[in-house]
Design a protein around this ligand. Structure first.
Ligand code: ZN
Length: 656
């Protein structure tokens, strides 16, 4: 734990709120302190309103902001006098509290104040910092957590037993803080939850946080609680088919498609292989904050059905206590621990799976350290349930933007580095899919630079390269739902009498053979797609209306079309739809160099410009037009369509 405060950098932040932003970033930068929106900070300022009246205002982190990236606008200004009076109300539901907070914000357009705002207001210091530091959680998630906190901090911190965040916690702190605090108090520990520090300046509060957490880390090191699991067992080979099956079952349990990312780093495999893993992993999260993202427990092994049964029982058991009807969340686990592959993380988006991975990586640290302290002990399931089914969380259900069309689904696009393939990647991403992008061009690995695209250099005619690409895609995203067969070659204009065997075979090899092999390789994955597999084959206008000088191309695309039609027949029973697009004259693709364009125009005896818009509608057909249609053909509009061939050509009088 090293403090990151840099006086030179700090001086660039003028004003107290700017310094509040700066030190919040420092906290947010350290994942052992806060993860993905966790933790919060505040600042108390005196401000004059437009009438000339002075008020004390609490600037507290707004919900939806992350400490690592928060800006001044991310802090909600709330009237202190009201917050302090709220703390003395005997009882308030959390929904009422949220309403009180929101209606006492002094700036229109400010975010909703953190639910811990009252707690921040109560602490009599200008700057208040709050984290869920791993070391603190390791210390308190043990049978004798309170005693260990006393051993580490003595009377330097106020200690609050676990109470769920919200109004009741604020009430308890309002009572306990003045009782325990004294002139030398440096912070406040919330057992099983996290730690607060505070000070007169941003630097003082931040540095106290660092030194308090450091004391917990020193303690863990001193008692030898920093040992890592290690494993001599090599993980058994897990096949992509097994991963896809697991994802299929998880998606079925969730009621919608989920991505599944597999992380076989040594530490995850070693953890999953611990002999005491059943006991360690089945207690609960390191902090209740995580239960929303990770569910209460990980799935240990692959028996999804048993997990779902247990989850339903847990819900029934706990919801019986509630004074209002509760809506059961989907019972699919988000964390999977398996001795063969390590850690699996499920979620609706790549961002979600990455958050689950980060959270569990830290959970594992906390569990192992607490185990060395004599035994990890999470909160009882009733406390975890109260967070998972918190009225504020329940209120969010069914609200917010609808998930995107292909949220949780995985697409594979061949020839993805340019032209129609690249446009297909963009169209599928725009609809929420994660995309495995294949191309022989190495640019495919750098072109997209976003976590929901896995770019793989792959010559689709090479069986080993295909297998490696599918493995990589399935271990990254969990399976395959949508397949866009786009990669193709166009051997330049040559009449049959001079067509070389090599050119003919080259066209057949890429346009037909490789696509047959891809269909064959992908079928076991597509069969497991939660909403049924969907294949879009990029054919060509040359199928219904071949052109002179394009024998190899036209014949290969005709063979591909016939192959796709048979696939539609054979795979309908597996719920897989196969449709074909026949684009024509799409010139913003890799196939069409200026020379090829000029040559084709000459074949027809027209100018290049006429050739570009040489169709019934006199429109230019672009890659994006084809890609948007390809993406939509995978969606509900085409749910009852398979084996169809659709021209995308502006209307062609030889086709119509
Ligand atoms: Zn907290």
């Amino acid at each position: 734990m090293s403090g990151l405060w840099d006086e030179v950098e700090a001086e660039r932040h003028v004003g107290e709120l700017a310094l509040r932003v700066y030190s919040s970033h420092l906290l947010g930068r350290d994942p052992s302190l806060v993860l993905h929106g966790g933790g919060n900070t505040s600042l108390k300022l005196r401000e004059m309103d437009v009438l000339g009246d002075e008020h004390e205002i609490l600037y507290v982190k707004g919900s939806g902001w992350d400490l690592a990236t928060i800006e001044a606008a991310g802090f909600a200004p709330v009237r202190m006098d009201h917050l302090l009076r709220l703390a003395s109300v005997p009882a308030l539901s959390d929904a009422q509290m949220v309403s009180e907070l929101a209606t006492h914000v002094t700036r229109v357009g400010a975010p909703a104040p953190s639910v811990e705002a009252i707690l921040h207001a109560l602490l009599p210091h200008r700057y208040v910092d709050h984290t869920h530091a791993d070391a603190l959680l390791a210390l308190t998630n043990t049978a004798d957590g309170a005693a260990r906190v006393a051993e580490v901090y003595g009377r330097d911190v106020v200690v609050i037993p676990y109470v769920m965040p919200g109004f009741d916690l604020a009430r308890l702190c309002a009572r306990e803080f003045p009782r325990q605090a004294h002139a030398g108090t440096l912070g406040m520990v919330l057992l099983n939850h996290g730690i607060f520090s505070f000070g007169a300046t941003a630097r003082e509060s931040y540095e106290r946080m660092i030194s308090l957490v450091q004391r917990a880390e020193d303690y863990l090191a001193r008692v030898g609680a920093r040992r890592r699991s290690s494993s001599a067992i090599t993980p058994a080979a897990t096949t992509r088919g097994e991963i896809a099956r697991l994802r299929c079952e998880l998606s079925a349990a969730a009621g919608h498609p989920l991505l599944l990312s597999i992380h076989s780093d040594e530490r995850f495999v070693a953890f999953a292989q611990r002999p005491d893993i059943a006991m360690l992993s089945q207690q609960g999260p390191a902090t209740p904050d995580h239960v929303i993202r990770t569910k209460r427990l990980p799935l240990l092994g692959r028996d999804v059905a048993a997990y779902v049964t247990d989850y339903r029982r847990y819900f029934e058991r706990q919801s019986a206590r509630a004074d209002r009807p509760l809506k059961m969340l989907d019972p699919a686990p988000r964390v999977v621990l398996d001795p063969a592959f390590g850690l699996g993380c499920a979620g609706r988006s790549v961002r979600d799976t990455a958050i689950v991975r980060d959270i569990y990586a830290h959970t594992l640290e906390v569990i192992e350290a607490a185990t060395e302290l004599g035994g990890f002990q999470a909160l009882p399931e009733s406390d975890l349930f109260d967070v998972e089914y918190w009225e504020l969380e329940q209120a969010k259900l069914g609200r917010g933007p609808a998930p995107r069309l292909y949220a949780g689904e995985v697409a594979l696009v061949t020839g993805a580095a340019s032209g129609i393939g690249r446009a297909c990647v963009d169209s599928l991403l725009a609809r929420g899919a994660a995309v495995i992008a294949l191309d022989t061009n190495p640019a495919v690995t750098t072109e997209f630079a976003r976590p929901d695209v896995l770019g793989v250099v792959c010559d689709v005619t090479d069986p080993l390269a295909r297998a490696a690409a599918l493995d990589a895609g399935v271990f990254a995203f969990g399976g395959l739902d949508l397949l866009v067969l786009n990669a193709g070659v166009f051997p330049g204009g040559t009449r049959i009498e001079s067509l070389a065997d090599a050119a003919w075979r080259g066209a057949m090899s890429v346009n037909v053979d490789a696509n047959l092999a891809l269909l064959r390789d992908c079928h076991p994955l597509l069969r497991l797609a939660a909403r049924g597999g969907r294949v879009v084959v990029i054919g060509s206008k040359n199928v219904p209306a071949p052109g002179p000088g394009a024998a190899a191309y036209s014949a290969s695309k005709a063979a591909l079309t016939q192959l796709a039609r048979v696939a539609a027949l054979e795979w309908g029973g597996d719920g897989i739809r196969v449709n074909i697009l026949h684009p024509n004259a799409v010139f913003d693709t890799g196939l069409w160099s200026e020379e090829v364009l000029a040559a084709r125009a000459r074949q027809y005896g027209i100018s290049v410009e006429q050739y570009r818009t040489n169709n019934v509608l006199k429109v230019e057909v672009r890659s994006r037009d084809v890609a948007e249609l390809a993406a939509e053909m995978c969606g509900p509009l085409f749910d009852k369509v398979t084996g169809a061939q659709l021209p995308v050509d502006g209307g062609n009088d030889r086709v119509i």
